[in-house]
Write a protein of this length. Structure first.
Length: 52
């Protein structure tokens, strides 16, 4: 059987040139919101007590 396109050994070889930067302003607020509320409710099933 012939090989199909690229081998997995080569996956992810190129390093990212710069660090991924966090979004600023409105977009950043959106991330904070999802990190704080959306993710918390999913885990565990019981409501977590939110300590901030």
């Amino acid at each position: 059987m012939g090989k199909v396109h690229g081998s997995l050994a080569r996956a992810g070889k190129v390093e990212p040139q710069e660090k991924k930067k966090n979004p600023k302003g409105r977009a950043y607020k959106r991330i904070l919101y999802t990190r704080r509320f959306v993710n918390v409710t999913m885990t565990g099933g019981k409501r977590k007590v939110h300590t901030d």
